[in-house]
Design a protein around this ligand. Structure first.
Ligand code: MOS
Length: 732
């Protein structure tokens, strides 16, 4: 059986609103968490244990841009235990994403420093690593472009990006020229890395012409196509499994080079190949977030009404890549102004390609715009909370459509109260505790919401036990438990009577995990499948589905109470449910909102900044699991500390080398950097967003939080830093 729901209309009240089972929304512990910490959740690399396998090791390209003249593999091949050294265009293509189709020649060219140029396959990891150093490459170095600052204004506008390159309304230049108050500042954010804890790893096995790959991937449907294309086989010949994932944060939206390399190596060596990228490989051969230069111009009246808004951004990517960091994504609708302009330009560079990193767009854009709003409020002599209240649009100012739901002001107000905003030092650099300068700052958060097509099968066995099956992934966000909660709530089952199978392309095609759409999209497909299961149970009982209450594995109708097993009478019910986005996404502007509050201390002598308190209030429609949703917000807050104060992927402007290629030198916040975090999630239902009435939460908290810290630094010190990260040297 099949059931399909297209989001063309807002949904009414649903079974989830009745919460008969009492599990939807509840902060249920992740059952897969226990499996993970006890070693029972196999990650990609942990497959084929006990089988005869070989190990791969990548030979990285020696320069940023070059033509390979020859690769001498003889010495490496002579090492006892080496099974194969694979070279050629297939290897060179492995780190291009989206994959350059197999057969397309790379002409032996290296397009970024450390691009894989050969793969050594050996009996042991150590042998492969040793032999990799014996591979000799002769090359002709070519001229490369490795930094963007000197080439400002040369960027391309791409049609294939995550949003339109240009979004315009009215005549911004004219409105800005006429504005009583003109704000014009430029902000810079560096390149960043996703730095997921689990490195990109793959295990590949051939059975004749059938290829099975276990890899760490977020979006199986597209990833399996990328693997097939890279290896040069039909997608029907490839099965991709990704049951457990140790974080992706965008870096696994596409495949890493490991997936294709493992498959090519396995084919050449004639046995399964395991390939774990080293931490250095991960930093240098997967993907990164592009650096940005962002000009923010805002026109306002003297009283503080915003009249026009412009956010012009420049970023970078490799030749031919369509993706760009959409820094202006929230600028399109967050603030009012009849005359508007948002632009994105991509300056080509010969460095590792840029792709999505957590909250692509908002994470970088709101570091700029939320600092700009604070700075403008300050210039106008208006409290930043009050300034936002004065400038809250009642509909999408770009498209003139209503917001599906927008609790931004409520988030700001609840946050101000809880944080004690009234106690904020009124004048910058006016509060001191010993050698520490104390400041408060705040910022808004917003993350565009999207629903993606997704399918899931629900199987109800004769004993009434339920299995949910979908090619969805769990990147550490709690998907297993959240889907279990939705099925259990809909079908009136105890949680432990619901099994969830994920991460396998032989299961119904899913949205995968990305863009904060995962739980809402995959969860909606489970909802849609469950609706049809309920219909079927009702039909068998000869009653209307609406008249049926399901609880504790029993169907209750009038004074009848019948166990599912009795209704099934030996049968198995199988339904595939599919959710599809529809008109509601065009008729409304859908986004999640929040507010951040930060208290920081800056050492007046050393310039060291300590974050003392962080509060985030979020509103993202129905919260499916309060604990996992809160954890996502903690992640965003911690990331905000990193973006405000620490993270900076350094590219050597002379040769394109990613210099700080590990977690020792690419600084992310550690425990000592993070204070006790506070997160509040507001009650909200967004009936336009999905049958679950939920919106994305995963990437909400990272949006704006770094700016709240920056604004607090201004409040503490009087300094306005527009070049992230705000390291000590910039404060002294
Ligand atoms: Mo997210 S950057 O879409 O994994």
């Amino acid at each position: 059986m099949m059931n399909e729901h297209v989001m063309n209309e807002p949904v009414g009240e649903t079974r989830l609103d009745r919460n008969t089972q009492g599990v939807i929304g509840k902060g249920v512990d992740r059952y897969e968490g226990r499996l993970k910490v006890s070693g029972k959740a196999p990650y990609a690399y942990e497959h084929l244990i006990g089988e005869t396998v070989a190990y791969g090791f990548v030979v990285p390209g020696p320069v940023g841009r070059a033509k390979v003249k020859s690769i001498d593999t003889a010495k490496a091949m002579a090492v006892p235990g080496v099974l194969a050294v694979v070279t050629g265009d297939g290897i060179l293509r492995s780190s291009a994403q989206p994959m350059s189709p197999a057969g397309q020649t790379m002409d032996g060219e290296i397009f970024h420093y450390n691009q894989p140029i050969a793969l050594v396959v050996a009996e042991t990891f150590e042998t492969a690593r040793h032999a990799s150093h014996l591979v000799k490459v002769e090359y002709e170095e070519m001229e490369g472009r490795y930094e963007i600052e000197s080439r400002r204004g040369t960027g391309r506008a791409t049609e294939e990006g995550p949003m339109a390159a240009d979004t315009k309304r009215g005549d911004f230049e004219k409105a800005f020229a006429a504005a009583e108050v003109q704000f014009d500042q430029t902000y810079r954010t560096p390149s960043y890395h996703s730095a997921a804890m689990e490195p990109h790893t793959s295990v590949a096995k051939w059975d004749g012409d059938q290829l099975t790959v276990w890899s760490s991937c977020q979006l199986l449907e597209t990833n399996v196509q990328q693997i097939a294309s890279g290896v040069g086989v039909d997608v029907s010949k490839v099965r991709l499994l990704s049951p457990y994932i140790g974080g992706g944060f965008g870096s696994k939206l596409g495949i890493g080079p490991d997936a294709v390399l493992a498959a090519l190596g396995a084919r050449e060596a004639g046995r399964p190949v395991k390939l774990a990228l080293t931490r250095q490989n991960v930093f240098q051969t997967t993907s990164r977030r592009g650096e940005t230069i962002q000009r923010v111009r805002i026109g306002a009246t003297k009283e503080g009404k915003i009249t026009c808004f412009a956010h012009e951004t420049e970023t970078t990517n490799s030749e031919g890549e369509g993706f760009f960091e959409p820094s202006g994504i929230s600028s399109v609708f967050l603030y009012p102004g009849a005359d508007r302009l948002v632009t994105h330009r991509v300056i080509t560079s010969d460095v590792l390609m840029c792709s999505a990193v957590r909250a692509p767009g908002e994470a970088t854009g709101m570091l700029a715009t939320e600092s700009a709003i604070d700075e403008l409020a300050d210039r106008l002599g208006i409290d930043p909370v009050e300034f936002r209240r004065m400038n809250e649009p009642d509909k999408d100012p770009q498209e003139d459509v209503p917001f599906s739901s927008r609790k931004l002001l409520e988030c700001i107000d609840v946050g101000a109260q809880r944080f004690g905003w009234a106690d904020r030092p009124k004048t910058p650099a006016s509060r001191r505790e010993g050698e520490w300068l104390i400041g408060y700052g705040m910022a808004s958060a917003s993350r565009a919401n999207s629903l993606m097509q997704s399918s899931a099968e629900i199987e109800m066995a004769p004993d009434g036990r339920v299995t949910v099956k979908t090619a969805m992934t769990d990147i550490g966000t709690g998907t297993y438990t959240i889907l279990q909660q939705i099925a259990a709530e809909m079908l009136g089952m105890p949680l432990d009577q619901v099994d969830v199978l994920l991460g396998d392309t032989s299961l119904p095609a899913s949205s995968g995990s990305g863009g904060s759409w995962g739980a809402n999209s995959a969860g909606s497909s489970v909802y849609v499948a469950a609706e049809a299961v309920i219909e079927e149970l009702a039909k068998r009982l000869g009653v209307e589905a609406d008249a049926l209450t399901l609880k504790d594995g029993q169907a209750i109708s009038g004074n009848r109470q019948i166990p599912f097993s009795e209704i099934l009478n030996g049968d198995t019910i199988r339904v595939v449910g599919t959710i599809k986005p529809g008109d509601t996404s065009d008729k409304t502007n859908q986004a999640s909102y929040g507010a951040h509050y930060a208290e920081i201390a800056v050492n007046a002598t050393t310039g060291e900044t300590r974050v003392r308190r962080l509060l985030t209030v979020g509103a993202a429609g129905r919260i499916l699991n309060e604990k996992t949703a809160t954890s996502q917000c903690y992640g965003g807050q911690i990331w905000g500390i990193g973006y405000a104060l620490e993270e900076d992927l350094v590219v050597d402007a002379r040769n394109g080398l990613i210099v700080n290629h590990d977690l020792a030198e690419y600084h992310v916040p550690v425990h000592a950097d993070v204070p006790k975090l506070d997160v509040v999630l507001l009650e909200e239902r967004d009936r336009y967003a999905s049958p679950l009435a939920g919106k994305g939460i995963g990437e909400l908290a990272i949006a704006g939080v770094g700016a709240a810290i920056n604004n607090a630094i201004h409040n503490a010190t009087g300094a306005r830093i527009r070049d992230y990260p705000i390291t000590m040297d910039k404060l002294l």
